[in-house]
Design a protein around this ligand. Sequence first.
Ligand SMILES: [Mg+2]
Length: 269
Amino acid sequence: MREDEMLVTSMKRGVDLPYAALALEAAKEGARAIDEHAAEFLQSVASKGARYDLVTRADREAERAIISHLSDQSPSDGILAEETGAREGTSGLRWVIDPIDGTTNFVHGRRDFAVSVGLESRDGIFAGAVVRPAHGDWAAAEGGLIYSSLERPMTVSSVKVNEALVAVGLCHDATARAFTLQQIVPALVSHVQDWRWVGSAACDLFSVADGSLDGYVGINLSIWDIAAGIALVKAAGGHCETVRAGQVDAFLAGSPEVVTGLKRALATL
Ligand SMILES: [Mg+2]
């Protein structure tokens, strides 16, 4: 067995990363709930405002399963969850939960949706796990270490920004969506190799962390969209930063070199 394979094998146990392991357990509980309720989702799709901002019974049941697991295992921690909001804790730690990131993909039978469970302290996000049920894979990170179901170590790519494949994530606000398509994307495409619109920030950040995307630009995101992904990207050697770009906030992720290039591309707005 090669050294990197041994590292992957030993890291898969997650024994020395208790918060990453707990995030992963909780995210897998969420994925199990999604699986149980997948058949019912077509009867339970509702809009939360915009016609593309959807919630299903699977989102709610997954969130319930995640919170139940975390409340059992670490009851003094706070919770911030997309569908049910915030609960104060006493430990100084707060779990940040998106039970399904990419619900529109889920509803349409597309594979790019994820369960995202991040953990923040007063110093920011330091652990998290992303499970991609339809891909059958997962990754978890804590304090700069990362382990995953993939058969190779996770690391961000090392391409230059003009060779970078970059995903763009849209928010639900109509004005910001129009600005993104009319201003952000054109500003990016002249600096990068090409761009993709996947529809799940958690999946995009997983891909940045495994090197299959070189960068990510997410517009006016909520913290639950990116909390776990930040932990993955940073532990995979990447950098995350939010900058103002015209009338929107642009969350950037990638290698430090790619993030610098993305900032330069957006600086003209
Ligand atoms: Mg969601």
